[in-house]
Write a protein of this length. Structure first.
Length: 430
């Protein structure tokens, strides 16, 4: 299988983390999937992803002390593979795992994804659990020195030992049986432990062996720019930032990161700007709130993500989406950039403004984005030569957020952009 054909355009979907943290339950996954199918699927939103610790009992019960309960009880099969917590995912009873929930998501015309941590459960190593397909036990392939500093659930693998690959193979054999379409693997992208790099390759090989086209997403970031070739060879998505939340400094920082990674976006290979913290977020963290990003900042984020062609994963509780947020994420002209543009590049960036440019792949047209990253309204000016154009005089410019259409003139093009806001233009010949 060619992994670059698993997602020929940047994946679009919803992930449970920003709203639920570790606490999401089956009925909440179903409710968000139903909303997506009814209201967002026609715009390209299709992945429903269950994020971290779906296997844990008591998740979130001591949130004021721990995000992840130290050495808590987990659901696991006889081959050291984590299973959904029965209290939170009742349809998984009887050894069915996520298959019933995945089947339901698929029945809605959507795709199903899960989060995993790199490695093998520590409890499996401590109890000398079995591993399918090898006489080696969990204790023999686990590396107790390869740990995640922020999550206590797993040991990394002894990647050169007999049986290590068999464990990952057994995981993806199970996930393929469940009908999983997307796997977000954590504690792996930035190589916090030396074995992480090799484990990316092992995950890729396991997907190839399982025979199901499963999109592989790597977290957390920032990814290492000198390893761009490696991520591209073995994964579909890799995070170029640590967790991105709903504050302006996080968002401004993404201009530098997107500039760094702009040359590495291609079919099936997507530097990932992280989830979109829109709508209501934070309930599982004890801080439920409507996003702290102002409307102008949300427009800036959607403009940059779409122009850069980042994957789009919504963090909001979808059933609470307001009309304005829904209109922001269902603008077909803006979302078209994900599948119908190429060559996005930053033309300039200062402490006050940034300019990006790309071309359409389906017609003779270009895209120009003007970003005001200052605290005051600005007039931003661009010369045609900066875009390798002869003139704006023969162009019609359509602003894709407002639908305003203006005629270009000779000389520079100038537009007023609100503080922290963006303007996105499609340029066509008149």
């Amino acid at each position: 299988m060619n992994k670059n054909k698993f997602a020929v355009t940047p994946p679009m979907g919803w992930n449970s983390y920003d709203y639920y943290d570790t606490t999401v339950k089956e009925e909440q996954i179903r409710a968000n999937a139903e909303y997506m199918s009814a209201h967002l699927k026609e715009y390209g939103w299709e992945y429903v992803v269950v994020d971290i610790e779906w296997y844990s009992y008591g998740a979130g019960t001591k949130r004021e002390q721990y995000q992840y309960l130290p050495f808590g009880r987990v659901e696991m099969d006889e081959y050291s593979r984590l299973l959904p917590c029965l209290e939170r995912f009742p349809s998984s009873a009887g050894g069915k795992g996520f298959q019933p929930l995945a089947d339901y998501v698929h029945s809605l015309g959507l795709k199903f994804g899960i989060h995993i941590m790199r490695g093998i459960p520590r409890i499996a190593a401590h109890t000398h659990g079995k591993v399918l397909g090898t006489p080696a036990g969990a204790d023999e392939i686990a590396n107790p020195a390869s740990i995640c500093w922020w999550n206590p659930d797993m040991y990394g693998l002894e990647t050169e030992k007999e049986g290590a690959q068999a464990y990952y193979d057994s995981l993806f054999e199970l996930y393929a049986k469940w009908g999983v379409d997307f796997v977000k693997c954590d504690d792996i992208c930035r190589y916090d432990m030396p074995s992480a790099k090799k484990e990316i390759e092992m995950l890729h090989l396991a997907i190839q062996k399982c025979g199901r086209p499963i999109v592989l997403s790597l977290s957390p970031g920032p990814a290492l720019i000198d390893q761009a070739w490696y991520y591209s060879q073995y994964a579909n998505m890799w995070r170029i930032t640590d967790d991105l939340w709903d504050n302006w400094p996080h968002l401004v920082n993404m201009f530098e990161r997107c500039e760094l990674w702009q040359k590495y976006v291609s079919e099936g290979c997507y530097p990932d700007c992280d989830m979109l913290p829109l709508g209501y977020v934070g309930k599982g963290f004890g801080q439920e709130r409507y996003t702290n990003l102002r409307k102008e900042e949300q427009v800036t984020m959607m403009t940059l993500w779409c122009l850069f062609r980042s994957p789009l994963m919504l963090g909001a509780e979808l059933t609470k989406l307001d009309d304005w947020t829904k209109s922001l994420i269902t603008n077909k002209k803006v979302l078209h950039l994900l599948s119908g543009s190429r060559g996005a590049r930053q033309i300039m960036r200062t402490g006050e403004q940034a300019v990006w440019f790309s071309e359409d792949t389906q017609e003779d047209a270009f895209y120009l984005a003007l970003f005001n990253i200052s605290d005051e309204s600005l007039k931003i000016s661009v010369n045609p030569s900066e875009l390798e154009l002869k003139t704006f005089g023969d162009k019609e410019l359509e602003e894709l957020w407002s639908d305003d259409i203006i005629s270009g003139t000779e000389g520079p093009f100038e537009a007023e952009v609100p503080a922290h806001g963006a303007r996105l233009y499609k340029l066509r010949n008149r």
